[in-house]
Structure formats: C-alpha cells, structure tokens
Design a protein around this ligand. Structure first.
Ligand SMILES: *[C@@H]1O[C@H](CO)[C@@H](O)[C@H](O)[C@H]1NC(C)=O
Ligand SMILES: *[C@@H]1O[C@H](CO)[C@@H](O)[C@H](O)[C@H]1NC(C)=O
Ligand SMILES: *[C@@H]1O[C@H](CO)[C@@H](O)[C@H](O)[C@H]1NC(C)=O
Ligand SMILES: *[C@@H]1O[C@H](CO)[C@@H](O)[C@H](O)[C@H]1NC(C)=O
Ligand SMILES: *[C@@H]1O[C@H](CO)[C@@H](O)[C@H](O)[C@H]1NC(C)=O
Ligand SMILES: *[C@@H]1O[C@H](CO)[C@@H](O)[C@H](O)[C@H]1NC(C)=O
Length: 654
C-alpha cells in the first residue's frame, strides 16, 4: 500500500513534468491483469503507463492496440484491440473494469467460455467484435443494453440457443455480423427495431421459421446475407423496399416458392445471389436495368421462360450464373458484353444458337445440359455426350467402359492396387466443362469465389503428407468449388456401380491453439440426383486435416452416365484461415461396375440405348480424336495473341 502510494506520487510528478495524464488507476490495474492472463506481456510493456501518449501500442495500426481518451483529468482506456494473436482462455472479469471502452476487438483468437452478461456494463461501447473465437453458450440478452453499439460481431463461434429478442433494443446498430455463430431458432420480431442497420450477415445458422417479412422494413440495409440457414421461403415481397442494397445473398431456402417480383428498384445492387431459393416464374426484365450489377447468381431454381433481352444491357456484369433452372428459348445474342467474364447457363432446356463474342479473351462459358446449337465448335461431340443429362433424354453415347478413375485437380497417379487415376489438372474457371481425352468422364463447374482477393482457385494443393492412406499423393491435390462441381462418368455399361469418393481436408488447418483451426467446411454430395451425403465435414469425419476419408456408395447406371455432384448449400465458415475457404472439395473418384450385379434398366430401354448408340458410333467414327483434353472455355492463344476456342483437339475432324 505504502509503496503504491509512493509510486503514484512519483508518477504524478512525471505526469506534471511531461504534461501527460495517467491512466485511471483502476483501469490500469485491470488491464495489467488482463495482459498477464492472456500472456501478452511480451508485446505490452507493463512498466509503461498504458495511456502514455507516445506508447508504441497507441497507433491505429498497432496490434495489440491500446488507445485512450484523456479528455478528463485522467485517461480512460477507450480502444482495445487484440486481433488474431491466438489468445486463449475466457473473457476475464477484469475486462469489465474498462468502463469507458468504446471499441473492443478480440476477433480471431481462441477464446472459450461464454459471452459474459457483464458486457452490459460497458455502456459506451460502439464497436464490439468477438468474431472467430471458440465461445460457447447462449448470446446473453444483456447485450441488448449496449445501446450505443454501432457494430456487433460474434460470427464464427460455437454459440447455441436463440438470438435474444433484446438485441432489438440496439437501435443505433449499423452492422450485425452473426454468420456461422451457432445461434438457432426463429429470428425475433424485435429485430424490426434495428432501423439503422446497414449490414446484416446471418448465413450458416440454424434459423427456423419463415423468412422474416420485417427485414423489408430495414430500409437502410446495404448488405444482407442469409445463406445456408433452415429458413423457409418465400422471400418476402416487402424486400421491394430495400432499394439501398448493394449486396443481397440469400440461398438454400425451403418452404414455399419465391418469385423475383420483389426486384423493382434495387438499382444499387452489385452482388445479387439467390441460389437455391425455389425461385419460380420468369426472370423480370427489370434486372437488366440494374446497371451496377457485377455478380448475378440465380442458379438452382425453377425459373422458366427466356433469359431477358434486357440482359444485353449490362455494362458492369462479370459473372452470370443461371444454371439448373427451366429456362427456354435462345440466349440473347449479345449477352456476352465487354465486361462479362463467365456465363453459366448449364442444365436448362435452352435452345437456339450460341451468343456472339463467346470467343473473347478471358471468358468462360458452360452450356452443358442445354440444347444450344454448338455446330461451330470444333468438338461439339463431347458436348453432346453430356446433353443427355437433361431429364428424360436418352444418351447417345457409345457404351464402352465399366469403370473410371479421376485424380481430381491432379496429374495421373497409379495406386498401389493398380488403379490408374486419370489426370484432371486442367484449370477450370467460373463456368467450364471439360472431358478427358478418351471421353470416359467429364467435369462441369459453375461458381465464383466472390470475395477472394487472390483470384479464383479451383484446385487446392498441399505439400503435407496425407495420413490414414497408402496413397498420399492422390490426396495432395483436390478440386474445390464455390458452388457446384459435377463429375460425369460417360459411356458406361448400364448396371450397378460402386462409387468411391476420396476426400482429405487440405486447406483448413486443425491447430487447436489457433483461430485458424476454427474453420468448418460443409457440403453435400448427390449421386444420380440423390443426395447421398448431407453436411459432410471431411476434417471431422477423418479425424483431422490432411487425413484421408473414403466414402463408398452404390449407384445404378441406366442411361450410360454416372452423375456425381458436389454442392455447397451455404454452410460452414467462409473465411478461415483465408477469404473464400468453403465449398465442396474432392480428391479422387473411382467408380467401377459391380461384377455379376443385375442390370437395372428394362429390356426395352436397353434396346433403345443400343440403337441410339449405333448412330452415335457412326458419327463418332468421323471424328479423329487425338485430343488430350477437351474444354469449352476461351483463352488468349499465347503464341498468336488471338482468341480461340480451346477444345483440346489438335486435329480438326470436319
Ligand atoms: C515517451 O516520452 C517520454 C517523455 O515524454 C520519454 O521519457 C519516453 O522514453 C518516451 N517513450 C517512448 C517509448 O518513446
Ligand atoms: C438490461 O436489460 C434488462 C432487460 O433486457 C433489464 O432488466 C436490466 O435492468 C438492464 N440492465 C441495465 C444495467 O440497464
Ligand atoms: C422506385 O423508387 C422511386 C423513388 O426512389 C419511386 O418513386 C417508385 O415508385 C419506385 N418504384 C417501384 C416500382 O417501387
Ligand atoms: C419446365 O417448364 C415446362 C414449361 O415450359 C413445364 O412443363 C415443366 O414442368 C417445367 N419443369 C420443371 C422441372 O419445373
Ligand atoms: C473449441 O472448443 C471445443 C469445445 O467446445 C473443442 O473441442 C475444440 O477443440 C476447440 N477448437 C479449437 C480450435 O480450439
Ligand atoms: C439400384 O437398382 C436396384 C434394383 O432396381 C434397387 O434395388 C436399388 O435400390 C438401386 N440402388 C440405388 C442406389 O439406387
């Protein structure tokens, strides 16, 4: 006691001498304990007053950062940032002694335990970020008392229970980030009071009930994200009032169909993604007038009618995904604008001719599973092999094989058991389709990692050894996709097949001491249109990162094609350990006919297939197949600088 009074006197003398005010003693003592508890002593010198004006940790860019408000006769700690430093343990009680905190950023650490109710004591708080930690328990309703909050984040945690209705008291709140937080249940109606809200990121939570109508009254909203929840449609018509939206991402809705009629005046939209929302009806012309659109994804819906002619008017649009709908007619002739980088119209009953300008540079297009006339393509045969994937169509493929094996994203590998996994190292783009040289299989993808600053990466690689397998090399590469990745075995004899899917998590770490280990990759797998895996988490099932996981399924081939579809349904974390780390990942595929199994198609089917196959064979015979690869996207020819369609055929066959 005596010593501390003496030292305070000494400090006061120094303070007067340097005209520097000191930190409130209670806060300074609390901070010291916090720093010791979180083992930050090496970055923060506890012998220096925390609010010293020239302290190395006071600048905006410092991390950890402590910055103070010295406007009264003592200094109060107003800003505390301990970001991505892997501090562990709980949120200590001493934190709530820092009563004047305005801005607290504890994001990207491995904090455990609950979000303490005492946060309500920090009544001046404006910015609170607890995102990307390992916090558990329910969201305390006391957070609703922090009425000065402008921004609140508890994204990417392991919380449970509902969102408290009390959050509706945060009427100043402009940003609420709760994606992947673990909260569940209905979305409280009280959130209708958050009239200042501009950003709401709520994807990947187990929300239930109807998609809330009231969201349409939060007219300041600029960025709204609700993908991968258990909410039910329809998307409320009240959304017509959200005219300030720049980003709208809704996905994976059950329940009733939605229409796009709510899109009337959202002329500020730059990103519109409504994947898998049970959208029905036609695509409204008005979307073509949203002149700021850069990214438009309406795939995996039930949209009918034509692609609107107004889509020829986009000047900024780079990515257009319309795959897996029921769109008809011909694509508008001038849909491929100067800005367009990828067009996916796959799996629609579209017809007519290819649009103009598909041969421009840095453009990719996927129109597999349509009836678009591609006569002017060098290698339309391979495309036609996939055309039969439309429901109800008979395949005209030459039946020749009973197995296929693919080293997804990698080069040819022969396994210890003698299985030769084909090369699949062609770089796919945002909308592409590719078949291997002997056309035993093909791969189709559609999707773009919107927020990946380093550009799209559709192949994942690691140098790490893969455990739990004798075939480590097979797993060191994988294909990944932001939305849909679909492999097709082609020209298969009908019958029963065994399908082996090989996985290993090679992008998400499993370090329990780091925030980088807090990621979750979750996706679904469909075989022959049936969902065989829902919410697959490779790392969890394999027992760690870089560990092999093999899943085996039976499948019936009745139409010469085996369809293996990997799909992202909006779940899992988005951005751990880096932006755009999510979506399906597959390392290798091996499918082979089960010997002696009964053929599943009827006698009549067999005859019909046989006949059509005969015709197909006749056509195929006129083709000189020398190709190593076939791929339908367009690149700049390195040698000539000309744009040309790459089909992989080294020789023309006309
Ligand atoms: C901060 O300034 C004081 C005098 O104003 C000086 O004694 C001290 O060494 C400085 N500290 C740092 C870290 O620059
Ligand atoms: C916090 O809010 C609850 C109701 O949500 C109320 O009962 C309580 O008194 C409030 N606490 C403070 C400190 O204002
Ligand atoms: C679009 O917004 C304008 C004002 O910004 C309004 O006058 C008009 O009625 C709106 N149109 C529709 C179809 O909602
Ligand atoms: C697709 O649209 C046609 C009408 O153009 C309709 O007959 C058919 O049922 C639709 N298919 C699906 C799967 O909705
Ligand atoms: C997060 O906490 C859970 C227990 O709640 C634990 O099993 C898991 O290993 C922790 N994750 C990390 C990355 O520390
Ligand atoms: C394959 O067909 C057989 C006989 O028609 C049927 O019993 C079996 O359930 C089918 N398997 C799958 C995976 O669809």
């Amino acid at each position: 006691m005596g010593v501390s009074i003496l030292s305070m006197v000494v400090l006061c003398v120094i303070q007067v001498a340097s005209a520097q005010k000191l930190t409130d003693a209670n806060e300074a003592a609390a901070l010291k304990k916090i720093i010791e508890y979180w083992k930050l002593g090496s970055s923060l010198d506890l012998t220096v007053d925390p609010c010293a004006q020239n302290a190395s940790w006071a600048s905006d860019a410092s991390n950890p950062r402590i910055a103070c408000d010295c406007s009264s006769n003592v200094c109060h700690i107003a800003h505390l940032k301990i970001y991505a430093l892997d501090i562990s343990g709980q949120i200590p009680n001493e934190l709530f002694e820092l009563k004047e905190l305005v801005d607290l950023n504890l994001a990207q650490n491995v904090l455990t335990g609950p979000i303490p109710a005492q946060f309500e004591q920090l009544s001046k708080m404006q910015y609170l970020s607890l995102g990307t930690n390992n916090l558990t328990g329910q969201v305390p309703l006391e957070l609703g008392n922090m009425t000065k909050l402008l921004s609140l984040s508890f994204s990417s945690n392991n919380l449970d229970g509902p969102l408290p209705a009390e959050l509706g008291k945060l009427t100043s709140l402009e940003q609420l980030y709760i994606d992947s937080s673990g909260v569940s249940g209905p979305i409280p109606q009280d959130l209708a009071n958050l009239k200042s809200l501009k950003k709401l990121w709520a994807s990947d939570n187990l929300f239930t009930g109807k998609f809330p109508e009231f969201l349409g009254t939060l007219t300041e909203l600029v960025d709204l994200r609700f993908e991968g929840t258990s909410l039910e449609g329809p998307i409320p018509d009240s959304f017509g009032a959200l005219t300030k939206l720049d980003t709208l991402r809704i996905g994976d809705l059950g329940g009733e169909d939605s229409s796009l009629d709510f899109l009337r005046n959202q002329t500020s939209l730059s990103v519109l993604s409504l994947r898998s929302c049970q959208l029905s009806g036609q695509i409204p012309d008005i979307i073509g007038t949203f002149s700021k659109l850069i990214y438009l994804d309406l795939s995996f819906n039930k949209l009918e009618g034509p692609i609107p002619d107004s889509f020829q008017g986009f000047t900024q649009l780079q990515y257009l995904f319309l795959g897996s709908n029921n769109l008809t007619g011909a694509p508008p002739a001038n849909i491929v604008s100067q800005s367009l980088a990828a067009l996916d119209v796959s799996f629609n009953p579209l017809s007519g001719n290819l649009p103009a300008n598909v041969d421009k540079s840095e453009f990719s297009m996927n129109f597999v599973g349509t009836s678009i006339n591609a006569d002017n393509l060098e290698d339309r045969k391979a495309l036609e092999m996939l055309r039969c994937l439309e429901a109800g169509t008979k395949c005209v493929n030459k039946v020749k094989s009973t197995s296929f094996s693919i080293n997804c994203g990698g080069t040819e590998q022969t396994s210890a058991t003698g299985v030769r996994y084909n090369d699949d190292s062609e770089p796919l783009e945002a909308a592409s389709v590719y078949t291997n040289s002997n056309r035993q299989w093909g791969v189709s993808d559609g999707g773009y990692f919107i927020s990946n600053p380093n550009g799209p990466q559709y192949i994942a690689k690691t140098d790490s050894q893969i455990t739990g397998t004798l075939e480590s090399e097979l797993y060191k590469t994988a294909r990944v996709s932001p939305s849909s990745l679909r492999y097709f075995g082609l020209g298969l004899k009908n019958g029963k097949y065994s399908v082996e899917l090989h996985f290993a998590e090679i992008k998400m770490e499993d370090d329990l001491q780091s925030w980088k280990g807090l990621s979750r990759r979750i996706f679904d797998v469909y075989i022959q249109g049936e969902r065989v895996l829902q919410d697959l988490n490779i790392r969890n099932e394999a027992g760690g990162s870089n560990r092999a996981l093999v899943k085996t399924f039976d499948a019936n081939v009745t139409n010469t094609v085996l369809d293996i579809h990997f799909r992202w349904a909006g779940k899992g974390t988005c951005c751990i350990p880096s932006q755009s780390t999510y979506g399906p990942l597959v390392s290798a595929i091996h499918a082979s006919q089960v010997a002696g199994a009964a053929v599943t198609s009827s006698h009549q089917d067999k005859k019909r297939v046989g006949r059509i196959v005969g015709i197909a064979f006749g056509c195929t015979a006129t083709l000189v197949i020398v190709s190593s690869v076939f791929y339908l996207w367009w690149m700049k020819d390195a040698s000539t600088g000309h744009m040309r369609v790459h089909t992989g055929s080294r020789k023309r066959s006309k």
